[in-house]
Design a binder for this molecule. Structure first.
Ligand SMILES: NC(=O)c1ccc[n+]([C@@H]2O[C@H](COP(=O)([O-])OP(=O)(O)OC[C@H]3O[C@@H](n4cnc5c(N)ncnc54)[C@H](OP(=O)(O)O)[C@@H]3O)[C@@H](O)[C@H]2O)c1
Length: 244
């Protein structure tokens, strides 16, 4: 790994983002992690050896306000913040009619694709020559998961335009699309044993992924060696993406 670079990992307080931030910090990079829960974030930052900046990546005013605390130059941006908001805030079923459905749908779009686009746009002039933009997508973009899958599919389309827009500056933009990854808060305790077994059964290596499986791909895409890999989606799901 190159070191002493300036790295920003959104949603770096838990799960995949935390593992990515820790790996970069251990390699001697300067790491900033972001998230909404101050206590979770500051404790994670202390453990990982990173700097915490608390803000909601899906809120334009909050991103704007956070800019002065974010690094003036960014070598690697990992847009990791996100998750299936249906699992935490509901899928609109308990809310009023179509308005409730639309509100739930928009929550997933904001959480997963607007957040990545907003932070990338806000930092666009701070990205160094040859910088790396890595956004965490999901197998759900292809296997479907209502508005969450739609949001992660939108991430892939958006990523292509980012790769094109920044390519002349030697900047790459890629999506890493995990399948089931353990040791995260993603399911908020709502993953049944039956569903877990089914998701593992869909993999070719018959196991759940780990945050470190994702770290390995993120660190490669962030490396100088990966300069000709851009606009891509790299799947980290034990082949589950291909069906069996
Ligand atoms: N775990 C899986 O099986 C899996 C599979 C495919 C893709 N993914 C994707 O992997 C990424 C990381 O998720 P994870 O699995 O590591 O779950 P996680 O442990 O829930 O991590 C998500 C992190 O993002 C932060 N976050 C969420 N929304 C945010 C926002 N609007 N602004 C700032 N921070 C925000 C959360 O912190 P706060 O709540 O404090 O903000 C949390 O630390 C997500 O994009 C997720 O969709 C996960």
């Amino acid at each position: 790994m190159a070191n002493n670079r300036e790295i920003v990992v959104t949603g770096g307080g838990t799960g995949i983002g935390y593992a990515v931030a820790s790996a970069f910090a251990q390699a001697g990079e300067r790491v900033t992690i972001t998230g909404r829960r101050e206590k979770v974030l500051t404790e994670a930052a202390t453990l990982a050896g990173a700097r915490p900046v608390v803000f909601d990546a899906a809120d334009p005013a909050a991103v704007e306000a956070a800019l002065e605390e974010l690094p003036g130059g960014v070598d690697v941006l990992v847009n990791n913040a996100g998750g299936n908001t249906d699992l935490l805030d509901g899928d609109g079923d308990g809310e009023e009619g179509l308005a409730g459905f639309a509100a739930a749908f928009e929550r997933n779009l904001r959480s997963n694709v607007v957040s990545a686009a907003l932070v990338t746009h806000a930092l666009r002039d701070r990205l160094a020559e040859g910088a790396r933009i890595i956004t965490i997508g999901s197998i759900a973009a292809h296997t479907g998961a209502g508005s969450y899958g739609a949001a992660k599919a939108a991430v892939e389309g958006w990523n292509v335009s980012v790769a094109r827009e920044f390519g002349s500056r030697g900047i790459t933009a890629n999506v890493v699309a995990p399948g089931l990854i353990g040791e995260t808060e993603f399911f908020h305790g709502k993953l049944s044993d039956r569903r877990r077994d089914r998701l593992i059964g869909n993999t070719m290596n018959q196991r759940a992924g780990t945050p470190d499986d994702v770290v390995a791909v993120v660190t490669f895409l962030a490396s100088p060696a990966a300069g000709h890999v851009t606009g891509q989606v790299v799947h980290v799901n034990g082949g589950a993406y291909l069906g069996n």
